[in-house]
Design a protein around this ligand. Structure first.
Ligand code: GLC
Ligand code: MG
Length: 557
């Protein structure tokens, strides 16, 4: 396959949230046959790989991140034969495939948790999860003060078959239906090594690791001194609490060394990308040491938002820290847990609503600039169409467990999971065979469908296709050196060099037209907006680019 064993060092990986991608059987839920039927679209878009969010058997209390059986497929999403076909069909198009593995917790419907509930305290089945006796009278107080990322307390009673609370509590850093596994238990280690091998043997190219920084808890499970401002908020996405006794513990690294050894026995070697919410680039690079994970999501860059100074600092720190461990950086602007970047980057209007036109303009510029950074890039389904976050879902439609646990004050992750519009003027816009979709689609998405944008000059889809095509062919893009060029405030400009020719990438984050130095030339490879003009002053020919615009320029070294 294209790219050889180092494909992941510079890949563009497309995240598929399978329930929301394409529905083949009209039940309103996307499925694996639907995804297979759209692989030609992904090949045409020009991605190197797909990462598919979980499709294992699951009660779907957290969108499939609550796995009841790691070796079977949820019947609503497909069959094992479908997955085999997906792998073969993706590979036939030179697209690699990453699955999602969820090792921090299982579903409470996993046979292991059921076995725990059916056996006596202290039996081996109990040691696979984090279970402790409660404190205080009647052991009615949880073992410590840890909270759930999805709000409320992080512990629930172990209950008897008839629903009576025992004096024991199980830890769940997420929903009550997601009990945390005990990674001090050898059987847990052995089981996950076997699950990795099971899927590697079927031909997948690697795994994205869910909550990769959370598996190991500090010995003794000490109380955490929550920051005063953080009375109820999720601890995972917050810098202040990144050093909590349940995140980023040194012990997690031994697990990934074990996993790397499994991946390296395969030919070609399989790869990992960790979901590591850590406070800084130095902590992050520890996961990329040569005998650990190949890559991790760079959320520090995602969190920099539309802010030139923060973007630049995060780029510098990421590159410097990854260089120390010999790993390529990764970049990501959207995924299934965060507000879509078109909406996130949109400035607020005077009336407090977001200006989504400028949001799209900024998102396109940010994406184009990000695609010129060294390393690999993750894009999330629908961002190539310029989809905004859906902010007005009816409460009754919402499924994010954090929405319910927070009494509707948080947990708005459904807004980025609304099914993709493919064609036509009315819902489900070709997502399924009829109108049904598990989350309702907005009435005004016809113009954002794949059919509407494909071949339409200036569409976001065509911008992504063009950028990906150029990136694939340009030897200076992907992994390799980056040099900063002098630029005005709120402008970032870099040179990516290769003997075959350089690319200069510029993003103008200001509200004003920006005149580029004439030494940078006028060979525009691709631009995020139409506002690019060649200006001639005497003998000088130079480019001017509009506000909130990014361009790639061909340049000689
Ligand atoms: C990760 C997933 C998220 C899920 C959580 C618990 O953050 O990306 O969707 O809810 O882990 O598994
Ligand atoms: Mg379906």
């Amino acid at each position: 396959m294209k790219g050889g064993n180092d494909w992941w060092r510079h890949a563009v990986v497309y995240q598929v949230y399978p329930r929301s991608f394409a529905d083949s059987d009209g039940d309103g839920m996307g499925d694996i046959p639907g995804l297979i039927s759209r692989l030609d679209y992904l090949a045409d878009l020009g991605v190197d790989a797909i990462w598919v969010s979980p499709y294992y058997t699951s009660p779907l209390h957290d969108g499939g991140y609550d796995v009841a059986d790691y070796r079977s497929i949820d019947t609503r999403l497909g069959t094992m034969d479908d997955v085999d076909a997906l792998i073969a069909q993706a590979h036939a198009r030179d697209i690699r495939i990453l699955m999602d593995i969820v090792p921090n917790h299982t579903s409470s419907e996993h046979p292991w948790f059921r076995e725990l509930l059916a056996s006596e305290p202290g039996s081996p089945a109990w040691d696979r999860y984090v279970v402790r006796e409660g404190t205080g009278p009647g052991r009615e107080t949880p073992p410590n003060n840890w909270r759930s990322v999805f709000h409320g307390r992080g512990w629930s009673h172990v209950r008897t078959a008839d629903g009576q609370p025992t004096g024991y509590w199980y830890l769940h850093l997420f929903d009550t239906t997601q009990p945390d596994l005990n990674w001090d238990n050898a059987e847990v280690h052995a089981e996950f090594r076997a699950i990795l091998a099971f899927w590697f043997d079927r031909g997948i190219d690697g795994f994205r690791i869910d909550v990769a920084h959370g598996l190991v808890k500090e010995a003794g499970l000490p109380d955490f001194d929550y920051p005063a401002t953080d009375t109820e908020t999720p601890a995972m996405f917050d810098e202040d609490v990144a050093h909590a006794p349940f995140w980023d513990q040194d012990g997690v690294h031994a697990i990934y060394r074990e996993w790397r050894a499994v991946a390296d026995t395969y030919d070609p070697p399989r790869i990992f990308c960790g979901e590591t919410w850590v406070p800084n680039a130095a902590r992050m690079a520890r996961y990329q040491r040569p005998d650990e994970l190949h890559t991790s999501f760079n959320f520090i860059y995602l969190e920099a938002g539309w802010d030139a100074a923060r973007m630049r600092t995060s780029i510098d720190e990421t590159i410097a820290n990854h260089a120390q461990v010999g790993a390529p950086p990764t970049w990501v602007l959207s995924n299934h847990d965060v507000v879509r970047h078109r909406t996130r980057m949109a400035p607020l209007d005077v009336d407090g609503t977001r200006d989504l036109d400028r949001g799209l303009r900024r998102a396109r510029a940010a994406t184009l600039f990000t695609l010129s950074l060294p390393g690999s890039m993750y894009i999330y389904q629908g961002e190539e169409l310029g989809l905004p976050e859906v902010v007005d879902l009816p409460d009754a439609a919402r499924q994010d467990p954090a929405w319910h646990r927070s009494g509707g004050t948080d947990g708005t992750r459904d807004g980025c999971r609304v099914p993709i519009p493919w064609s036509g003027d009315v819902a489900s816009y070709g997502f399924g065979t009829g109108a049904a979709s598990w989350l309702p689609q907005p009435a005004d998405w016809a113009g954002l469908s794949v059919d509407a944008e494909r071949g339409s000059t200036g569409s976001t889809l065509e911008l992504y296709r063009e950028a990906l095509r150029i990136r694939r062919d340009a030897p200076s893009l992907g992994e390799g050196p980056l040099a900063w060029l002098d630029s005005a405030d709120n402008v970032l400009a870099i040179r990516r060099s290769a003997p075959a020719g350089d690319v200069i990438s510029v993003i103008n984050l200001t509200d004003a037209v920006l005149h580029l130095p004439h030494a940078w030339g006028t060979e525009v490879l691709v631009a995020s907006s139409e506002d690019v003009a060649v200006l001639t002053t005497g003998d000088d020919v130079a480019l001017a680019i509009g506000p909130e615009t990014a361009v790639w320029l061909g340049a000689t070294s």
